[in-house]
Structure formats: C-alpha cells, structure tokens
Design a protein around this ligand. Structure first.
Ligand SMILES: NC(=O)c1ccc[n+]([C@@H]2O[C@H](COP(=O)([O-])OP(=O)(O)OC[C@H]3O[C@@H](n4cnc5c(N)ncnc54)[C@H](O)[C@@H]3O)[C@@H](O)[C@H]2O)c1
Length: 324
C-alpha cells in the first residue's frame, strides 16, 4: 500500500519511517513549506507537494497520514475519507470535540479505517502497569499520580506556542495521560484543572489536573512544558495491596557487546525496548484495515480524550470542577 504523509515535521518523519518498517511505500510528502516536503520526500523516494489535496486525491494513495498542526486535522480527515483513503491521524484527534465528531461521521460514511495515534497505550511500560493493575497485583486502586514534562516544544512563532492552536500542555500533551487513565480506570466523573499558561517574559506552561473517575479512583496528573532538564515521565499508582512506581529517568538501558576488531570488547547502550511503541501502533492500524479487528484505540476513545482535555481547560477558566 502507498502512504501519503501530510505535514513533514517531527511526527511526519517518524511515521514515514514506521510505515516503511511495516513494508509500506511512501508515495507523497505534502507540506505547506516546500523545503520540508522535499526534504522528507527525497529521503523516502516519494513525490513532494505543497498542496495536501494533491496527495490525498492521487490515485496511488491508499493511506493518508495526518501529522499537521492539530487545528487542521478535521479538514484533512474529512477530505481523505471523501477520497476513500484509510487514515492515520496524530493525536489530539481535533482541536474541539465537535471537529472530532464530524471527522468520525465522515470516516463512517465513507467506510474507511480511521485510527488516531494515542501512542501511550502502546508504550510497553504503561501496558505492563495496566496488566498488573488489571491482574489485581496492587489490589483495589485508590490513587493514580502521573507526571509528564519537557521543554516548551517548537521554535518561537511555532503553532505549539500559540495556545489557541495547540491548547498548550493541557490539551496537546496531557491528553496522553487523560486517555490512559480512562483506558485503565474507566469513565471520568469530574475534573478540576489549574494551569500557568505564561507567554511573557518567557513562555512556560504548567498544568495540574485532579480527576475523579466513576469507579472512585482519584487521578492527579501534572504536565509541564517548563522542565529545562528534558523530557521525563513518572507514575505512582497506589492500591489496597501495594504500589507501582515508574520513573523514565531510572529506566535501565540494555547493553550490547560490540567487537572493535582489536582491543577490548565495547559495550554500547541500547534502548530497553526492542520495538518502538510507534511501530506497535502502526501494526495495530494496519491490522484494522479491511478486517473486523478492533484496534487498542478507537476514534471514539480519541474523541473522549479530546472531551476530557476540553473539560480540563474549561475548569481552568471557570476555576470550578467540571462534571461529565
Ligand atoms: N504522539 C506523539 O508522540 C506526538 C508528539 C508530537 C506531536 N504530536 C502531534 O502530531 C501533530 C504534528 O506535530 P509535529 O510535532 O510533527 O509538528 P511540526 O510543527 O514539527 O510539523 C508540522 C508540519 O506541518 C506543516 N503544516 C502546517 N500546516 C499545514 C497545512 N495546512 N498543510 C500542509 N502542511 C502543513 C508545517 O509546515 C510543519 O512542517 C500534532 O497534532 C501534534 O500534537 C504527537
């Protein structure tokens, strides 16, 4: 199958590689910035175009990958569906729940596969935590604390730095954790959110959510785009029989011996996971096309995640908890 990448920035490049690893061919790379389109197209032997519609409507496009800024997702999902193409859309699914609902309707009407990349569901460490919780290893879960943080993404002037477009760390980044908490602990009951979304004198964004799930589980989620020490993720999940802790900074690296030809054997640190979680989500997406397979994340899950992130931002504005 042939794949068209729309948006040739960070995620466009990553997904071009994942699709190629799955044996697919990158046929088009589309980006509003010609240099970005050409750079990726040259690396993958594809055609570069500035107008995404050309890539969507091309006869030899079977799959459309949407890795443009979030506010453009719905337009491209709807256009790809109308052209009868299968769709891989990055998270957040849309900038509003209304956009997501229209995108779902368009894909259903066209009968195409629509997949939204909530990749945290495919991270091996998160999956292991979910399995242990569901096996009852920590008894009845009472409290979940998640942290995800890094530096502010994008250069000055980037869409990430425009809170209206990206929704800031609460909408763009915390949506991963909101989705995972719902995936593991069920539907939310109410959410309270406080943020610092500063633009001057330097831009930083810090967000704290407290969420009560219908099951009674309380989740505290902190996300920040103001962590100068770099990207890290932490989890602490407390139950009646024990606790699970995860800290990405303490994840052990594997070591692979390398022969240097002469002299001592070198040990080279390797990623602790054999298969990228982004590869796993691609495998799940491809298995869904033209089959009855239900992927680990459905468009409805992605819509619910957007609704939760919207509710968080609403609570931040109103300074009141928001009920679902
Ligand atoms: N799942 C993850 O781990 C993860 C990580 C980062 C970003 N994302 C999501 O992926 C999406 C893309 O993020 P990114 O980091 O690749 O952004 P980016 O800014 O690096 O790349 C976006 C690209 O889209 C192009 N573009 C913008 N508007 C366009 C349009 N209308 N038509 C064609 N091209 C257009 C830009 O020129 C740019 O090259 C966002 O929705 C973001 O939230 C997901």
């Amino acid at each position: 199958m042939n794949v068209a990448i729309l948006g040739c920035g960070g995620m466009g490049r990553l997904h071009a590689q994942m699709a190629t690893n799955c044996g697919l061919r990158i046929s088009y790379c589309a980006d509003a910035v010609r240099k970005a389109a050409k750079g990726l197209a040259d690396d993958f032997g594809a055609k570069a175009v500035v107008d995404p519609m050309k890539a969507i409507e091309a006869k030899d496009t079977d799959i459309v990958v949407i890795t443009t800024p979030t506010p453009s997702h719905e337009t491209f999902v709807s256009a790809a569906a109308a052209a009868g193409k299968h769709i891989f859309c990055e998270k957040p699914f849309g900038r509003s729940s209304e956009e997501c609902k229209r995108a779902i309707r368009a894909a259903e009407k066209a009968g195409v596969t629509l997949f939204v990349g909530h990749v945290v569901r495919y991270f091996q460490e998160f999956e292991l935590m979910r399995e242990r919780i569901q096996k009852g290893s920590i008894g009845k879960t009472g409290w979940v604390k998640l942290f995800r943080g890094g530096i502010f993404p994008g250069a000055p002037g980037s869409w990430f730095r425009d809170y209206k477009q990206s929704g800031g760390v609460t909408f763009d980044c915390m949506i991963h954790d909101l989705d995972w908490v719902r995936y593991v602990f069920g539907e939310p009951e109410r959410i309270f959110c406080q943020t610092i979304m500063r633009t001057e004198p330097t831009q930083l964004d810090y967000s704290q959510v407290t969420m009560r799930m219908k099951s009674g589980v309380i989740a505290t989620i902190i996300n920040t785009w103001a962590a100068p020490s770099g990207f890290k993720v932490k989890a602490e999940i407390c139950g009646s029989k024990g606790m699970i802790q995860f800290d990405s900074t303490e994840t052990p690296l594997g070591a692979e011996p390398r022969q240097t030809g002469s002299g001592p054997t070198m040990f080279v640190p390797m990623s602790p996971v054999a298969v990228s979680p982004y590869q796993l989500e691609w495998q799940d997406f491809i298995a869904t096309i033209g089959s009855g397979h239900t992927p680990r994340v459905t468009p409805l899950d992605a819509l619910r995640a957007v609704e939760m992130a919207e509710a968080a931002l609403k609570s931040n504005s109103s300074k009141e908890p928001v009920k679902f």
